[in-house]
Write a protein that binds this ligand. Structure first.
Ligand SMILES: *[C@@H]1O[C@H](CO)[C@@H](O)[C@H](O)[C@H]1NC(C)=O
Ligand SMILES: *[C@@H]1O[C@H](CO)[C@@H](O)[C@H](O)[C@H]1NC(C)=O
Ligand SMILES: *[C@@H]1O[C@H](CO)[C@@H](O)[C@H](O)[C@H]1NC(C)=O
Ligand SMILES: *[C@@H]1O[C@H](CO)[C@@H](O)[C@H](O)[C@H]1NC(C)=O
Length: 396
């Protein structure tokens, strides 16, 4: 057999995968394999391809070999497959990729390195998956370059909000039809180019006030000439119409379908018909608290403090020596307001103060704690027969 001439070798390395169509238009190679019944990404794709279309196949998983060395790839379409797993670093060589379509697949989560290396990505389209969890670091590499992020129709309860905050080139953010119930304040502040924010059909009771929402008004005054008008969609959320949402009501817009889900008096009312003076908050009222407590030194003391109010008050505890108590190795403040001191010492003797606070005000209650030295069991049992709180630390 004669040696294979160099010309043929070249043709083999540039062979088009079976079932695919390869186009070499204006010196950039496109590899088109849509709806060909593929079960995996063909191994013989030319590594210099610029556009790769693999939509409408039955690809189950993405592995590290699939796109290795495709350093010219700009456009990758994997829509409408059955992808449920991305091996970490699978896109690691795709430094020039601008557009990644992964919509209509079966992804349930994104790990910290699943999208690693996509430092120039502008369009990330992942709607219609089953995403329930996105790791805090999943968007780390692509956040600064991203212009379009579509995560609609997933099961997201939360998002890596710190990464969203860094998406300063974002134009469009589609988060509709998820289970989002909270957006931290400041998330959108630096997104000056944002022109469309879709939050329709989530579980949001409120939206954090943010200067960018001034751009969502019908009669927007262009204070920053380059900032676009913002299209904001918020319908289909169970809005809680208290004083915290007054800022939104004060925006000049009236063509949306938002309704109030609570408080009970406003349930079902069309948001934009509720009068400003009906957006009310209630200051905290402490409904239950421990009044006094006797505790054996070294034992655990749980001090209760419960409060109502709108919005729900947060509970803080102040120690007898005037320190704000938080979670430490010895103390824990639970969300139900209970302060738990795990190993009490004689220093815990005195008056603890429970403070319930919300935007409408605060309310306080005192709890007397008496610590009984372990070596005084007789005194302890005596006290528990009804003598009440001790007035000073007890030494036997
Ligand atoms: C595409 O065209 C360029 C320039 O014309 C050439 O160098 C390259 O080998 C071609 N690629 C394929 C796969 O034919
Ligand atoms: C990628 O390039 C490296 C180094 O040139 C090579 O060893 C490796 O086999 C290539 N991988 C693929 C999948 O082409
Ligand atoms: C303290 O820890 C508990 C769980 O151990 C948690 O529920 C609570 O939110 C924490 N409190 C603060 C103030 O971080
Ligand atoms: C508050 O929560 C803690 C931890 O979940 C629990 O141990 C405690 O019994 C709760 N207290 C009340 C009054 O519900």
């Amino acid at each position: 057999m004669a040696l294979v001439p160099p010309m043929v070798l070249l043709m083999i390395t540039h062979a088009c995968p079976k079932y695919c169509v390869c186009q070499n238009l204006s010196e950039s190679l496109g590899t088109l394999c849509p709806s060909k019944g593929l079960l995996f990404v063909p191994l013989d794709i030319d590594r210099s391809t610029v556009e790769l279309r693999l939509g409408g196949n039955y690809i189950l998983r993405i592995t590290q070999q699939d796109f290795a060395n495709m350093t010219d790839l700009v456009d990758l379409t994997l829509s409408r497959n059955t992808i449920s797993y991305i091996q970490p670093f699978s896109f690691g060589d795709l430094e020039t990729l601008r557009s990644l379509h992964l919509d209509n697949n079966r992804l349930m989560e994104l790990g910290p390195d699943d999208l690693r290396g996509l430092v120039n990505l502008q369009h990330l389209i992942m709607n219609n998956n089953q995403l329930g969890r996105i790791h805090d670091k999943a968007f780390e590499d692509l956040a600064p370059s991203l212009e379009d992020l579509d995560l609609s129709y997933n099961n997201l309860v939360s998002l890596p909000w710190d990464s969203v905050r860094q998406m300063i080139n974002l134009h469009q953010l589609s988060l509709d039809h998820n289970l989002l119930d909270f957006i931290p304040e400041g998330t959108f502040t630096d997104l000056e180019r944002l022109a469309r924010l879709d939050l329709t059909s989530n579980r949001l009771q409120k939206l954090p006030p943010d200067p960018i929402f001034a751009r969502a008004q019908d009669s927007m005054i262009l204070t920053t000439p380059y900032a676009p008008q913002l299209s904001l969609s918020l319908g289909g959320n169970p809005l809680h119409c208290n004083c915290e949402m007054l800022w939104l009501r004060r925006l000049e817009r009236d063509d949306d379908l938002e309704t109030c889900a609570s408080p009970p008096a406003l349930k079902g009312r069309y948001f934009w018909n509720v009068k400003e003076e009906e957006f009310l908050c209630q200051p905290p009222l402490i409904t239950q608290h421990t009044h006094r407590m006797l505790v054996l030194e070294g034992q655990t003391a749980s001090l209760r403090c419960e409060a109502t109010g709108d919005p729900s008050p947060t509970i803080h505890w102040i120690s007898p020596d005037d320190r704000l108590l938080g979670n430490t190795s010895r103390t824990a403040v639970y969300s139900n307001g209970t302060l738990s001191i795990t190993i009490t010492t004689s220093k815990d003797y005195g008056t603890f103060t429970c403070i319930a606070a919300n935007v409408a005000g605060e309310s306080t209650a005192s709890v007397e704690v008496s610590i009984i030295h372990v070596l005084c069991p007789a005194v302890f049992s005596l006290l528990f027969r009804g003598k009440g709180a001790l007035r000073s630390p007890l030494h036997c």
